[in-house]
Design a protein around this ligand. Structure first.
Ligand code: IMP
Ligand code: MG
Length: 179
């Protein structure tokens, strides 16, 4: 285990199980539809790549990057689009793929944006959710697991751009982030 990790919250095996279950639901719900799979950079890339390989539906992928203003550890509620998708979302069944929903501010804004662009449908798939931290009432249709309010890294999730390469999701030692 990495020296900065206090404990493993989700093992590789557990993540694979959760991803299998999410893919099953998505394959069922979009069986006769075309999907625009919008991957939110950067944290979602590992999860999205694993989920994508389990999809049997007709799917196109695209990428988007959003950033919250303010400090890195506290979400400010105002969200900026740093990179937008290349596809026209109008009339498409958009599935936003996220690593973790915390305050929900990012996804609240992105969901609204795709609705304004006249997508046929807009749903959210997130591997993780921290319900205790929610500041908006954004609905996430597909959630891998709800987790407690602890800062986690690995499997795409970072702290200061580090630890994204860990194959599991772990809780960071508080001394690493000065907590
Ligand atoms: P929200 O807008 O507050 O929901 O912010 C969601 C974003 O915050 C995620 O896409 C992550 O980049 C980041 N984030 C929230 N919690 C964690 C965590 O525990 N570890 C790593 N990144 C996190
Ligand atoms: Mg991040």
């Amino acid at each position: 285990m990495n020296k900065d990790i206090k404990s493993i919250l989700l093992s590789e095996e557990k993540i694979a199980e959760l991803t299998d279950a999410l893919a099953k639901q998505i394959n069922r719900d979009y069986a006769d539809k075309e999907l625009l799979f919008v991957i939110i950079l950067k944290g979602s890339v590992v999860f999205a790549a694993d989920l994508l390989r389990r999809l049997t539906v007709n799917v196109k992928i695209d990428f988007m990057q959003a950033s919250s203003y303010g400090t890195s550890s506290v979400s400010s509620g105002s969200v900026k689009i740093k990179k937008d998708i290349e596809n026209d979302a109008a009339g498409k069944n958009v599935l936003i793929v996220e690593d973790i929903v915390d305050s929900g501010n990012t996804l609240f804004k992105l969901k609204k944006l795709f609705e304004e662009r006249n997508a046929a449908s807009v749903k959210i798939c997130t591997l993780l959710s921290k319900p205790e931290r929610r500041e908006t009432d954004v609905v996430c249709e597909y959630v891998g697991a709800e987790i407690p309010d602890e800062f986690v890294v690995g499997y795409g999730l970072d702290y200061n751009e580090q630890y994204r390469n860990l194959p599991y999701i772990g809780v960071l030692k508080p001394e690493v982030y000065g907590g």
